[in-house]
Design a protein. Structure first.
Length: 362
């Protein structure tokens, strides 16, 4: 059994602390037979950030993650981990860098006949860490994830959320710098999901842990991510800061995913009455999206005062992106082209994004 404890300690000592990109992908492709699973993927994950990769089923999310953690090899392109291109490295050298990566999955993959302590200790035992070091590290990380009292328990005695905490502890126990999360909340109920996301956010802050997660759930991205990458059919459809993506989604896939967060649809009878072109008696149906301090500003009142418009609120929703207020209103008012243009400019100046839904005769 290879004992690499002291090698890892030396490597960590000489790690460049000012490193900007923990992961850097350049034109990654993955072709299986006649199918292109990944097509020219390029992005960086800065140190200490939480980056989400989101997309619908079949977008290539899991394949991309497997290329990063070494379970699959890309057909072409470069993958740099901690400043070193690992594509083309021999097995030993590639593993050297990938041992700084922890991965958690949808299924917890715990050994049912082993205690929680032994499940978490497994990576250290396989790498030949001294027994005293193993005991210290395992107890420290179980304390960190809130399971210090469960080290003698078995997986069958724990809840789903607790089992995911064990999986997180096992992923972190070897002092990893990067955590990869593959649909890790899919088997959890909404309340437990929020609990696990809160834990990861705390670990990100306390350990300066870089996190890359993939999911199909925009609620997960909204709750924890700093930056979002949207995949569609193996390509990057859109990327940006979380507030930018939620406020001004550009790609049709992004709009669909963002739409799952809010009650965005008009009542059915209004949808049936919507027209693509206005008439002399039309009201414009406008969606307004806003965030942060704008959410507390009386925008509707200012529209009425500024333009003397009879603004009618049809639907609305207010939520939060972490500590930032985020919401939308669907409103209607009489359509006059030059007034409408001025309203949109006015709202844009106040950092309120708008979307024209159509026209409705009244």
């Amino acid at each position: 059994m290879c004992n690499d404890f002291f090698i890892i300690q030396l490597y960590q000592f000489f790690t460049i602390l000012s490193m900007n990109a923990v992961i850097s992908l350049k034109k990654i492709t993955k072709v299986i037979g006649e199918y292109s699973i990944l097509d020219g993927i390029s992005f960086d994950v800065p140190e200490g950030k939480i980056v989400g990769i989101i997309g619908k089923s079949g977008a290539g999310k899991t394949t991309l993650l497997r290329c990063i953690n070494g379970l699959e090899t890309p057909s072409s392109g470069d993958i740099s981990l901690f400043g070193k291109n690992v594509v083309g490295l021999d097995e030993d050298n590639r593993r050297f860098f990938q041992r700084r990566i922890g991965t958690i999955f949808q299924s917890f993959n715990l050994i049912s006949r082993s205690t929680i302590f032994d499940n978490v200790a497994l990576p250290l035992v396989c790498r030949g860490f001294p027994k005293k070091v193993i005991e210290e590290k395992v107890r420290d990380v179980l304390e960190l994830v809130g399971l210090a009292s469960k080290e003698a328990s078995y997986p069958s005695e724990l809840s789903g959320g607790q089992c995911q905490r064990v999986a997180i502890a096992r992923a972190l126990v070897a002092d990893v710098s990067l955590l990869l999360c593959d649909e890790f909340t899919s088997a959890l109920d909404p309340e437990t999901t929020l609990d696990i996301l809160s834990l990861l956010a705390k670990l990100n802050q306390s350990l300066k842990l870089t996190i890359l997660l993939i999911t199909h759930d925009m609620n997960v991205v909204r709750e924890i991510c700093d930056h979002v990458i949207v995949l569609d059919q193996g390509r990057i459809a859109e990327e940006g800061e979380i507030s930018e993506i939620l406020l001004k989604p550009k790609h049709i896939v992004t709009k669909s995913l963002v739409g799952s967060l809010f009650k965005r649809d008009l009542p059915e009878h209004m949808l049936e009455e919507l027209r693509n072109t206005p008439s002399q008696k039309s009201h414009v149906i406008l969606r307004m999206m806003f965030a942060d301090k704008v959410a507390s500003v009386p925008v509707i009142a200012s529209l009425v005062e500024q333009f003397h418009l009879p603004v009618n609120i049809i639907a609305g929703h207010l939520d939060h992106i972490r500590t930032t207020a985020f919401g939308q209103l669907i409103v209607s008012f009489p359509f006059v082209q030059n007034v409408y243009d001025e309203v949109v400019k006015y709202l844009d100046h106040r950092q309120v994004a708008t979307e024209l839904l159509g026209y409705r005769d009244v």
